[in-house]
Design a protein around this ligand. Sequence first.
Ligand SMILES: Cc1cc2nc3c(=O)[nH]c(=O)nc-3n(C[C@H](O)[C@H](O)[C@H](O)COP(=O)(O)O)c2cc1C
Length: 208
Amino acid sequence: MVVVIIGNNEKGTVAVHDLIQKRWSPRDFSPRGVEREKLTAIFQAAQSTPSSFNEQPWAYIVAEKENPADFERILNALAPRNQEWARHAPVLIVSLAKQNFEVDGRTNHHALYDLGAASAHLTFQATALGLHVHQMGGFSREKIKEEFSVPQGFEPIAVLAVGYFDETKSLPAAIRKRKPVKDFVFESHWGISSQLTGIEDEKEFNFN
Ligand SMILES: Cc1cc2nc3c(=O)[nH]c(=O)nc-3n(C[C@H](O)[C@H](O)[C@H](O)COP(=O)(O)O)c2cc1C
């Protein structure tokens, strides 16, 4: 896959890092299992994430397909449209956020932010190891809470399908669209695009 994302402005160009360019969310997973040391590495990447007050308000429940009972418990919690393809992934992971600070029970307003950052670390480590991650918001939080006896104060936020892309399948034909950087980076005043946002109007990139 060749995807080129170049940051450019009147001063010159700098390519966005290869790892970021390579990441995408497939629905076609190979039946090949994921090496356990690679799974350990992706959770160690999550562990290294910065967080508000170093609270580390994230938790993950992992199920490998070799453990069909646990795998099915996560799979069954997914929305039917996600089950269709996620059943082929070799690993499913639930991400959860701890909503209150350990020390005094105050609401942690950055818990979701920190969990998202941890899952991004996990995802880029996975990408570096040749794996793919497809995150899902379409699942039943209640089913996960019930099935895994999730303690009060922890909220399931996403399910991550992890595995290798099925190379026998073709890459998606659809162009991946993104908002132009000028639409979300401002300076001086809300809505005034930063000078740092480059000169392009649109960002569209394809898989090949
Ligand atoms: C929090 C979150 C929830 C998502 N929920 C779903 C989902 O329920 N089903 C699905 O097929 N994809 C889901 N996605 C994947 C997005 O659709 C995908 O990341 C987006 O279209 C960009 O594509 P890319 O990841 O290949 O760059 C989700 C992604 C995130 C980050």
